[in-house]
Design a protein. Structure first.
Length: 564
């Protein structure tokens, strides 16, 4: 019995030595205070990886996620024991955290995505470390299926993740930035009510995407809503893609006509076909493709940047004013994006997020493009006003007699109903007597001077409209008091005005007039053709009565015309 007990004791001691040997060897393989990482297959444990010191990298580069499993080892010898693991917010499949004491004791904690707490001041997450009596000499983190190298490179141990004055100031700064982004949204809707231009809607949508992206990636959204890692990751990627698509459509519609070729605008609009596939690949690629999800996604932005530079260069060379705002707005965003892309593709030891710089670059972009929207709207409004003024001028020219400057027959026939409703109740047709003799004797040039002088004698004003019907025939429309007397004085002024304006004539050029009046509310026929027929008849009577006179009638409500 004693011999059996001795054998069992020897076996137990051997097993203990064999079990402890890798731990002792691995502990000696790491420098004090070092942080090391290693890649492993899905079936390898820490003990096996720790037994191969050559597999560990204790430097700042080569953060592996191309294998199914990665290990992080934080050496705590001589350091105060931390309480929290903090790292980049990244989706993963599984995680185990092990605290190892100097005597070989250990405590572990299995962590899923739902156990990670998103930060409120950064694109980061944290979780509590397992506790071990007497403190730990090392913390080992096993991560399966990490989707971004930043989960390894950004990992660090802290004494807690609570609010600090610095973190609260950071949140306040981001909140102010988000508030600033809300103002262009309100302005866009106000602008659209004034001028319904499509680029205003694209700018509003782009601003909304950038605002949402800032809220999510800054961590501020986590102060108000409990969102999981999957939701945050999907929302962040969708906001980036949506913002780029909306910004491209905004540029395609903002830049002035003639400053880009149709192919440039088509390519900008096709960005909406380019972005979604890479976004989906980034979010859902798994297995052997998982390690390439982030690099491929980030690299997909490089052709878009090249397209943007090309299009903006073309528009700038062609004298576009709107493109100046685009260049100023997008340069900081593109520079920060290029640094992030280059670092993620291996240009630096670890990915550089530059999130704070990106937030302010986006805020600056929104402000500058908003100024570009205002400037473009002013230009469009000015062009529209000029077009309206030109259209009115053309319409006015079409309604004016080119010789005398008076309205022509087309103008009065088209507007007669409105003129009547404006209180013009008297109509008079004025015809120059024996005008053909002027043309035959003195020529058409002198005849034209006579017509211009006669038109000037008619003196149109606010209550008198003068029209040249054609040839030597004119029309007066009058309202207000003493319409008959005012019309007669104008007729009598014609010979004097012509004599003064056209010297060398051997005779006075007189005028005959036929005039009717419609008392307000009379109910007499009021269409132009009917009234003109009455005036023309009276003019004919004036001509046959010896010329240089007026024949005048008043048309009462229900009885026909009566001689004055």
């Amino acid at each position: 019995m004693g011999l059996g007990m001795l054998r069992l004791l020897l076996l137990w001691l051997c097993a203990g030595v064999l079990f402890a040997a890798p731990q002792a060897a691995s502990a000696e393989a790491f420098r004090r205070g070092s942080t090391c990482h290693a890649a492993a297959s899905a079936d390898e444990g820490y003990a096996a990886v720790a037994a191969s010191p050559g597999r560990w990298n204790c430097g700042e580069g080569d953060w592996p996620i191309d294998r199914e499993r990665a290990f992080l080892r934080f050496d705590l010898r001589g350091h105060e024991t931390p309480t929290t693991l903090q790292t980049r917010l990244t989706r993963f499949r599984a995680m185990e955290i092990v605290a190892i004491a100097g005597d070989g004791r250990s405590a572990s904690r299995t962590v899923g995505q739902d156990a990670m707490i998103p930060a409120t001041t950064d694109w980061a997450m944290h979780t509590a470390l397992p506790r071990i009596a007497g403190g730990a000499d090392a913390i080992v983190v096993r991560i399966d299926g990490a989707r971004h190298a930043g989960m390894l490179s950004d990992a660090r141990l802290t004494r807690g993740a609570g609010d600090t004055p610095a973190s609260l100031r950071h949140e306040l700064l981001i909140a102010m930035l988000c508030g600033m982004l809300c103002l262009p949204l309100l302005l866009n809707f106000a602008f659209y009510r004034v001028l319904q231009q499509r680029f205003i809607l694209w700018h509003a949508l782009s601003t909304a995407f950038m605002l949402a992206h800032t809220l999510v990636t800054s961590g501020l959204i986590n102060r108000f809503a409990a969102l999981g890692l999957d939701t945050l990751s999907v929302v962040s990627a969708v906001m980036v893609g949506g913002g780029i698509v909306a910004a491209s459509l905004f540029s395609a519609d903002l830049i002035e006509p003639g400053k880009l070729d149709p192919v440039h605008r088509r390519l900008l609009r096709c960005v909406g076909l380019w972005v979604p596939p890479f976004t989906l690949f980034y979010l859902f690629a798994d297995g052997p493709l998982r390690a390439y999800a982030a690099p491929v996604y980030l690299a997909s932005f490089l052709p878009l940047m090249a397209l943007f530079v090309w299009v903006m260069t073309v528009a700038k060379r062609r004298g576009s004013r709107a493109v100046n705002f685009q260049i100023a707005a997008w340069t900081p965003v593109m520079l920060t994006a290029l640094i992030r892309i280059a670092s993620s593709l291996g240009a630096t030891d670890a990915p550089m997020e530059m999130l704070l710089e990106q937030h302010f670059a986006m805020g600056l972009e929104v402000i500058i493009t908003s100024l570009g929207v205002v400037d473009r709207l002013i230009a469009i409004r000015r062009q529209r006003d000029l077009a309206v003024a030109e259209a009115r001028a053309n319409e006015d020219r079409a309604e004016r007699d080119h010789l005398t400057g008076l309205f022509n027959r087309h103008a009065v026939e088209r507007r007669h109903a409105d003129i009547r409703s404006g209180g013009f109740t008297a109509m008079a047709v004025v015809d120059l007597d024996l005008f053909k003799r002027i043309n035959d004797t003195f020529g058409h040039v002198t005849g034209d001077e006579v017509l211009r002088a006669a038109a000037a004698a008619l003196e149109p004003d606010a209550d008198t409209i003068a029209i040249r019907l054609g040839g030597e025939e004119f029309l007066l429309l009058l309202r207000g008091h003493d319409t008959a007397g005012r019309a007669e004085r104008r007729r009598q002024a014609i010979p004097k005005r012509i004599a003064a304006a056209v010297p060398g004539l051997d005779r006075l050029v007189t005028a005959s007039m036929g005039m009717i009046e419609l008392p307000p509310g009379s109910g007499a026929p009021g269409d132009f053709k009917t009234l003109y027929t009455h005036c023309d008849r009276l003019l004919y009577e004036a001509k046959h009565a010896g010329r240089n006179r007026t024949m005048h009638e008043t048309l009462p409500a229900a009885s026909g015309a009566q001689a004055a």
